[in-house]
Ligand binder design. Structure first.
Ligand code: AGP
Length: 671
């Protein structure tokens, strides 16, 4: 996801900002940029002080941006500086010397990863400069309004509206602080911004709305920093405060004044943070996998944001290149993927068939490529891939296109091979889970489930296949999903503790959840075999839970359709084989209870995943891991979470290398 880094103080701002962006690269991005207010221009006599007084010689901030990796931006700056060498972050900025600057690494959501879509963005006059993280959900209406007032837009992004809104309010007589406050109040969705302006050259503004990525304020000696995440501040300061949703910070070298958007001062305490880069990248969590498990509320929020509609066509997928007519004309969908993504595909089959009324086939990508699949223009092949680099999936995409099918990718990494291939066909639906570092896929998986639900809604809407009431219920179900996942994880809001802004008082992930699963893991970590059972849409979750356990704890685990127990697997069960039964209140609940009884009758120790408040289930099993009641078609997003945590804590208890399990790679780029 996007990264923001900003500086104001006595040092040369540009190397500090570039170094911060370098430390945010792990967040994933596809373009970058900086803006700096040059020394001697807009500063000195009459320079704006902390009270926002205006400088009389406004000079436009200098903006430099580049698509691709940060090295391209640094190389462009070096060329401009005549190749002058600089510090670790790259060449000294040469002519671009200033004491205040902002920088940005962009993870594209609206608009291709090009130079003109890269941040920072400016207003018409080039005086307001904005770096943005998040999604302005109402950007289309704001953009139309501003264009109607004569504002000229240079990019395809949602972010650019922020610069023009600030320009509009300054033009109406507001100062930078008031104009930015008013702008942030107008933005819908989760947003984090850093703002500079030529007429207030000593002011750095930073603000948040919704539960977007955090913004941390770092305090130095006569200098201040603003960053999306801790790693950017390492080595600069250990004194850090976090902005909350609805905060606006006015930052000058001497410090920061933080207030609400209504102008009421608030206290955001500065705390000491770890100075270990890896620890900081893990947001204080012991492993990336645990951080990513706890980031799922926000990954879901980001994946769903701006894509749900209150009525048909129910979902708006900016990357889908399929007309309503083509959607209505579809004869079948083929979902192809590997590993965890294949489990998402199995859930997707239920959603697409039930909601859109389209026949769906699901295939391992490693098998699909050796079949002679019956495909044509009326077939939509949907490869699902977190990395977008999985060799088997890529080969399957090529095979599908050669067979005449249209290909729509569900991909997490922008600009990956799978994304680029799909963009040449029916487009890409990006999961906006952010970079997933742990080999075991967690937040990408639940984001894939959300993306497949959005796709099923969009196709159902185009085909008129969903009654109004059902569509509304599903949209409502998806809207509350991030909060529900947050509650399963013990959070108080979707801004997951993995989010820098939430690394304050409650620390990473509530302790209660950790101790609950540590206790459960200590009872079962010696098991040599485990059985995961589920029915219907929960059967893929049984498979996923088993894969999580085996790939990070090396315990043999099998996922099985519960109805198949009596056809063989029940022979495996005795007191040494834990049985994980996924039994939320749904149409096969009673059948699951019978399967649980069968397992108990043979000495099996049953751990159930059930619906909160289900005392009947709790009385029948050793342990019950509860999730909130939800639409059964969306329940897999919730029932997955306890299985991720169970696998994680068993692996930790067994002393396994959770983030880099033996023999495994994060992306299987070989066949
Ligand atoms: C899941 O935990 C594994 N890391 C693995 O099965 C993974 O899902 C599979 O290799 C597919 O990767 P992709 O989503 O990047 O294509």
């Amino acid at each position: 996801m996007c990264g923001i880094m900003a500086y104001v103080g006595e040092q040369d701002a540009l190397p500090v900002v570039l170094d911060g962006l370098r430390r945010l690269e792990y967040r994933g991005y596809d373009s970058s940029g900086i803006a700096v207010i040059l020394n001697g221009r807009g500063s000195g006599d009459g320079a704006a002080g902390a009270d926002g007084s205006v400088d009389r010689q406004p000079a436009r901030p200098i903006v430099r941006r580049a698509p691709g990796k940060l090295d391209r931006l640094v190389a462009a700056l070096a060329a401009e500086a005549g190749g002058e060498q600089g510090g670790a972050a790259g060449p000294a900025p040469g002519p671009l010397r200033g004491h205040i600057a902002i920088g940005h690494t962009r993870w594209a959501t609206h608009g291709a990863p090009t130079e003109r879509n890269a941040h920072p963005h400016t207003d018409c006059a080039g005086q307001t400069v904005v770096a943005h993280n998040g999604i302005v959900e109402n950007y289309e209406a704001l953009r139309a309004e501003l264009q109607g007032e004569g504002h000229a837009f240079a990019s395809e992004t949602d972010s650019e509206v922020i610069a023009h809104l600030i320009e509009r309010y300054i033009g109406g007589g507001a100062d930078l602080i008031a104009a930015t406050r008013r702008t942030l109040k107008e933005l819908r969705g989760a947003n984090a911004v850093a703002v500079l302006h030529a007429r207030w050259p000593s002011l750095l503004l930073a603000g948040r709305t919704g539960h977007a990525g955090g913004l941390a304020i770092g305090q130095g000696e006569g200098e201040m920093f603003v960053a999306s995440d801790l790693p950017a501040l390492l080595g600069r300061t250990r004194s850090v405060a976090y902005l909350e949703s609805g905060d606006l910070a006015v930052v000058v070298p001497q410090g920061a004044r933080i207030s609400t958007l209504d102008g009421n001062l608030v206290d955001r305490p500065f705390r000491d943070v770890p100075d270990d880069p890896l620890a900081a990248a893990k947001g204080g969590y012991r492993h990336f996998m645990l951080k990513e498990i706890h980031e799922q509320p926000r990954a879901l929020l980001d994946t769903l944001q701006g894509r749900l509609l209150a009525r048909a066509p129910w979902a708006r997928l900016e990357g889908l290149r399929l007309t309503a007519t083509e959607a209505r004309d579809l004869a079948k969908v083929v979902l192809v993927a590997c590993g965890t993504a294949w489990h998402a595909a199995l859930v997707g089959k239920f959603l697409l068939e039930e909601l859109a009324g389209i026949p769906v086939e699901v295939d391992y990508a490693s098998e699909f490529r050796y079949r002679r699949p019956l495909l044509d223009r009326r077939t939509l092949v949907v490869p699902i891939s977190q990395s977008g680099e999985t060799a088997d999936t890529l080969v399957s995409m090529e095979a599908a296109r050669q067979a005449g099918a249209r290909v729509l990718g569900v991909v997490n990494v922008v600009g990956s091979q799978a994304a680029r291939l799909a963009l040449e066909s029916a487009g890409v639906v990006y999961t906006r889970a952010g970079p997933e570092i742990g080999v075991a896929s967690t937040k990408a998986f639940t984001a894939q489930l959300a993306a497949l639900a959005l796709l099923a809604l969009a196709l159902a809407g185009a085909r008129g296949a969903l009654p109004q009431a059902d569509g509304e219920a599903l949209v409502r179900g998806l809207e509350v999903l991030p909060d529900q996942v947050a509650s399963v994880l013990g959070h108080t809001s979707p801004g997951a503790p993995g989010d820098a802004a939430a690394l304050g008082p409650e620390g990473p992930g509530p302790a209660a959840v950790a101790s609950r699963y540590e206790a459960l893991a200590s009872r079962h970590y010696r098991a040599r075999d485990a059985l995961y059972i589920g029915r219907g849409i929960q059967y893929p979750i049984a498979l996923e839970g088993a894969l999580k356990l085996k790939e990070i704890s090396y315990v043999h685990a099998e996922g099985y359709p519960a109805g198949e127990m009596k056809h063989g697997p029940i022979a495996l069960i005795d007191q040494d084989v834990p049985v994980v039964a996924i039994a939320p209140r749904d149409r096969v609940y009673e059948k699951m209870l019978s399967n649980i009884q069968e397992a108990r009758a043979r000495g099996g120790q049953v751990i159930a995943v059930g619906t909160e408040g289900d005392a009947g289930l709790a009385a029948k099993v050793e342990d019950v891991l509860s999730v909130p009641p939800s639409d059964p078609r969306l329940a897999p997003v919730l029932t997955t979470i306890p299985l991720q945590l169970l696998a994680y804590y068993v692996a930790v208890r067994r002393g396994c290398d959770v983030d880099q399990p033996r023999n495994l790679a994060k992306s299987v780029t070989v066949e």
